[in-house]
Design a protein around this ligand. Structure first.
Ligand SMILES: Cc1cc2nc3c(=O)[nH]c(=O)nc-3n(C[C@H](O)[C@H](O)[C@H](O)COP(=O)(O)OP(=O)(O)OC[C@H]3O[C@@H](n4cnc5c(N)ncnc54)[C@H](O)[C@@H]3O)c2cc1C
Length: 408
C-alpha cells in the first residue's frame, strides 16, 4: 500500500511546534505535530513574553486568555547586589508602550495546543531520521519503525534538533554561563509589586520577575565551565550559595520554589549567517524556534521569536498549500514538481525574512550576556556607571517593536 502524503509534518510539540500548527490551522492548512513526550510537555518554569510576542499571540487568537492570568509589568529596576539602584526604566516612557508579562510555560504551551484538533498531534513518537525522496517529498522515520511522507517538514525540535543536524547545522556553542530558574509560590500574595528586578554582581546575576499576585519567576545566572548537575537539592543549594548575601527577596524566592519548577541549563547559541553555512531550508524542509536559532536568553527572546516564526512561516506556506478552487476546465492541475518548487519558494522567503531578524538579535543577546557576566569588580563598577547614564528603554528594548503581521 502506498504511504499517504501529509501536507505538513512538524517535529516537536513545544512553543514553536504548537504555535506553527495553530497558525496553519487558523489558515485552513492541516499539519501533524509529532512529539516525543507521552503527553503535552508542560514542564518548565516561566518565560518573559514581550510586546513582539504579544502581537503574534493576538494573531493566533490566544492573547486575551493569557493576559487574564498574568500581570503586565510596569518597568524594570536594575540593582547592585547590595540592593542599591543602578537604573529604573518604565515601560511606558519609550516611543512605544512595552508589554511584558511573565508566563508559566505550561499556560503558554496549553493555550497554543488546546485549540488544535486531537488528530493533529501524535504523542509518544520520536523522530530519528529524515530522508529526501525523489520528486521532492520528505520521508520521516520514527523510533519503532513508523514512516511518514510529507510535502513540508518543519523541525521545531529544540536546541538538539534532529532535523537541524540532518540539514548540517553546527552544534550550538556554549556561552560560558549557566542559568538556574524556578517559580516561587506565595499563597497569601507576595506584595512585591509589578516591576521586574535585575540584580547585577560580578560573574553572577539574578532576575526577579512577578508573574501574578501569587507567583514570582526568578533566574540566577553564573559563570561556569558547564558541568551538569541533576540533583534538585544540589541545584537549589548551588543557586542559594551564589546569592546568599544578596537582597533577601531572591533567596526567599529560591526557598519558596517547589522542586518541579526548578531547572538548570548551560546556555548556548548559534548564529544564522546568510552565507557560508548550510541553507536554512532544504527541499521542503525547514526549521523554527530553537531548532533554527538557538540563542542565549539574555534578552528573553527565544520563545518570543518562535511565536514570530510561526506566524511568518504559516503565512508563507498557506499561499502554496491552501488548495482553493479547482483549476478551471481544461487547465492542468499543478504537477508534484511545480508544487515542490512553489513550496521551496515559500520556504526561501520565510528563511530570508527570519535571518535578517534573528542574526542581529542573537548577536545582541550574546553581547548583553557577556557584559552582564563580567567578573572583575572594577570593570563591573564601570559597566554599572554606563548603564545608569546611557541605558534607555528605546536603546535597550527597540527589538520588541517588531511586528510579525497578521496571518492573511
Ligand atoms: C534559562 C532560559 C531562560 C529563557 N527565558 C526566556 C524568556 O524569558 N523569554 C523567551 O521568549 N524565551 C526564553 N528562553 C528560550 C525559550 O525557552 C526557548 O526559545 C523556547 O522554549 C523554544 O521553544 P521550541 O518549541 O523551539 O523548543 P522546545 O521548547 O525545546 O521544544 C522542542 C520540543 O520538541 C520535542 N522533541 C525534541 N526532539 C524530538 C524528536 N526527535 N522527535 C519528536 N519530538 C522531539 C521536545 O520534547 C519538545 O517538546 C529561555 C531559555 C532558557 C534556557
Amino acid at each position: 500500500m502506498e504511504t499517504p502524503v501529509h501536507d505538513v509534518i512538524i517535529v516537536g510539540g513545544g512553543i514553536a511546534g504548537f504555535a506553527t500548527a495553530l497558525a496553519l490551522h487558523r489558515l485552513g492548512v492541516k499539519s501533524t505535530v509529532i512529539e516525543e513526550s507521552e503527553e503535552c510537555r508542560v514542564a518548565g518554569s516561566a518565560l518573559s513574553i514581550w510586546s513582539n510576542a504579544w502581537r503574534a499571540l493576538e494573531t493566533l487568537g490566544v492573547a486575551d486568555s493569557l493576559r487574564n492570568q498574568f500581570t503586565k509589568l510596569s518597568g524594570m529596576d536594575l540593582l547592585r547586589n547590595d540592593g542599591s539602584l543602578i537604573k529604573s526604566l518604565n515601560f511606558s516612557e519609550g516611543s512605544r508602550d512595552i508589554e511584558l508579562r511573565e508566563l508559566e510555560r505550561k499556560a503558554l504551551v496549553e493555550a497554543l495546543c488546546n485549540p488544535l484538533p486531537d488528530d493533529q498531534v501524535v504523542y509518544g513518537s520520536r523522530v530519528v531520521s529524515v530522508k529526501q525522496l525523489e520528486g521532492g517529498y520528505t520521508e520521516v522515520h520514527c523510533e519503532g519503525g513508523q514512516t511518514m511522507h510529507t510535502k513540508v517538514l518543519i523541525g521545531c525540535d529544540g536546541v538538539g534538533s534532529v532535523v537541524a543536524k540532518w540539514m548540517n547545522m553546527k552544534e550550538p556553542r556554549y556561552a560560558g554561563y549557566v542559568a538556574t530558574r524556578g517559580i516561587a509560590e506565595y499563597p497569601d500574595g507576595h506584595n512585591l509589586g509589578d516591576r521586574a528586578k535585575q540584580i547585577l554582581g560580578s560573574g553572577v546575576r539574578a532576575a526577579f520577575l512577578p508573574m501574578n499576585a501569587n507567583k514570582v519567576y526568578w533566574v540566577v545566572v553564573f559563570n561556569s565551565s558547564g558541568q551538569r548537575l541533576t540533583n534538585i537539592d544540589l541545584i537549589r543549594k548551588e543557586a542559594l550559595d551564589y546569592v546568599s548575601l544578596w537582597p533577601s527577596m531572591i533567596t526567599e524566592a529560591i526557598n519558596r520554589s517547589p522542586p518541579e519548577t526548578l531547572s538548570r541549563r548551560g546556555l548556548s547559541d548559534r548564529w544564522m549567517w546568510p552565507v557560508g553555512g548550510p541553507p536554512l531550508y532544504k527541499g521542503g524542509v525547514t526549521l523554527a524556534g530553537d531548532a533554527m536559532h538557538p540563542m542565549t536568553p539574555n534578552l528573553g527572546q527565544g520563545g518570543c521569536c518562535a511565536l514570530e516564526d510561526a506566524v511568518i512561516l504559516a503565512r508563507s506556506l498557506s499561499k502554496v498549500l491552501v488548495t482553493t478552487d479547482p483549476p478551471a476546465a481544461g487547465l492542468p492541475t499543478r504537477s508534484q514538481a511545480q508544487e515542490m518548487q512553489q513550496i521551496e519558494h515559500a520556504l526561501r522567503s520565510y528563511t530570508e525574512e527570519r535571518w535578517r531578524r534573528m542574526l542581529p538579535l542573537a548577536i545582541r543577546s550574546n553581547i548583553t550576556g557577556a557584559v552582564m557576566q563580567l567578573d572583575n569588580n572594577l570593570v563591573c563598577s564601570i559597566r554599572n556607571m554606563f548603564i545608569s547614564r546611557f541605558l534607555t528603554i528605546d536603546r535597550f528594548l527597540n527589538h520588541t517593536n517588531f511586528d510579525c503581521g497578521s496571518l492573511s
